[in-house]
Design a protein around this ligand. Structure first.
Ligand code: AMP
Length: 380
């Protein structure tokens, strides 16, 4: 199948070929025509499967045919759970919109940065990409109106619809018009969310590109049995001995992320930590440097587990396991994206062994285990 048959405009087809998108990924094949025709969509697609373009392209197409929004009303609202994802999704919108002759205004708004420029920028916006908290702040100051939203997108929908965001999401839903197109995308879907989807969506096209557990076939998974106090030396050993150039390391707390990064740095490895306690500027700069290959190791919490696209990221390391098996899948899904392969290494302490068994069971895959006792970690 080619993009031509999906009903996209010549300018978007040109954009696709300039970006080396030669054929549509499965989620795009199904979602693009459905979204163009105004249908609701529930897309369950593995991380890295191209779900962003599957809504960005048809939304831009539909906006080409729509009159610009007025008086601080926006036409399309895309809600995402993190600031980094807001920036990333709006970049994809900007990239493809730059090939269009019509002017479509796209704006990303999120917390942690000054609100004033966002207020000023909210005039005549077609497509708004937002995190819920900052969106509500801007609604309260009358900087944006949501009553004429034509299309609502929830990216990482299961995260957006779980308890942590519930109060904010309920307030946002109450501000939206009843009649609208709803698009929900997620790499994982819990039963809770399934119920909410039934309330939110109207006769949706349900797209499941693959069974969740088969999604991770491109990722080569490996785990080391290692005592807690040896995790630091093991990490440095693996980075140095395997000459790892771009490594994303996950820890389970902000404190640990800082600690791991500092120790790497002291051992001559370029590393920075990003997490919720860092300023937005520090977060943005570190992610940018990491994406461009300038920064060798980025240490983070589950803040970056979802949605973040780092082209050809070769290696993810779980310094500590996440509590939820689902988060394990999200974390390792930062590698093995866009049909390239990747490596995910997990450090499993004696206390974590049982939990790692549960993760493997939930994932439906057995991970090769190596005992770190056999490695000479002296000097690392
Ligand atoms: P996503 O799952 O939306 O984060 O996309 C993952 C990566 O796949 C991004 O780097 C996209 O640029 C890339 N991508 C998406 N669709 C295609 C396509 N049809 N052909 C080539 N690359 C794509």
């Amino acid at each position: 199948m080619s993009f031509i048959s999906l009903g996209l405009s010549p300018s978007l087809l040109k954009a696709l070929s300039s970006q080396n998108y030669t054929y549509p990924y499965p989620i795009q094949e199904q979602a693009i025509p459905a979204i163009l025709s105004g249908k609701d969509v529930l897309g369950i697609a593995k991380t890295g499967s191209g779900k962003t373009a599957s809504f960005v392209l048809p939304i831009l197409m539909n906006q080409q045919r729509t009159v610009a929004s007025k008086n601080r009303h926006v036409n399309v609202l895309v809600l995402v759970p993190t600031r980094e994802l807001a920036a990333q999704v709006s970049e994809v919108f900007h990239l493809f919109a730059s090939y269009l002759t019509e002017r479509i205004k796209i704006l990303a708004i999120y917390g942690g940065v000054s609100i004033n420029p966002q207020m000023m920028d909210l005039q005549g916006v077609n497509i708004l990409v937002a995190t819920p908290g900052r969106l509500l702040e801007l609604v309260e100051s009358n900087a944006v109106k949501l009553s004429e939203i034509q299309t609502l997108v929830l990216d990482e929908a299961d995260k957006m619809l779980n308890l942590g965001f519930k109060a904010e999401m309920d307030r946002i839903f109450a501000l939206l018009p009843k009649k609208r197109q709803n698009l929900l995308f997620s790499a994982t879907l819990s039963d809770d969310v399934n119920n909410i989807n039934q309330i939110l969506l109207h006769d949706p096209l349900v797209i499941k590109t693959e069974v969740e557990t088969n999604n991770i076939d491109l990722i080569n998974q490996l785990a080391y049995f290692v005592a807690d106090e040896k995790k630091g030396p093991l990490l440095r050993y693996l980075i140095k001995n395997n000459n790892l150039k771009q490594v994303l390391v996950f820890t389970s707390s902000v404190y640990k992320a800082d600690n791991v990064a500092i120790k790497l740095f002291r051992n001559g490895i370029e590393a920075t930590a990003i997490h919720s306690d860092k300023s937005q500027k520090a977060r943005t700069d570190a992610l940018k440097n990491f994406k461009s290959g300038k920064l060798q190791v980025l240490v983070t919490t589950d803040l970056l587990a979802r949605g973040i696209d780092i082209e050809f990221l070769p290696c993810v390391i779980n310094y500590e396991l996440p509590r939820s098996p689902k988060d394990y899948i999200h974390r390792i899904g930062r590698t093995g994206r866009a049909e390239s392969s990747g490596e995910a290494i997990s450090f499993v302490s004696p206390e974590e062994r049982q939990h790692f068994k549960v993760i493997q069971k939930k994932m439906g895959k057995v991970v090769t285990m190596i005992d770190s006792e056999g490695l000479d970690l002296k000097g690392y």
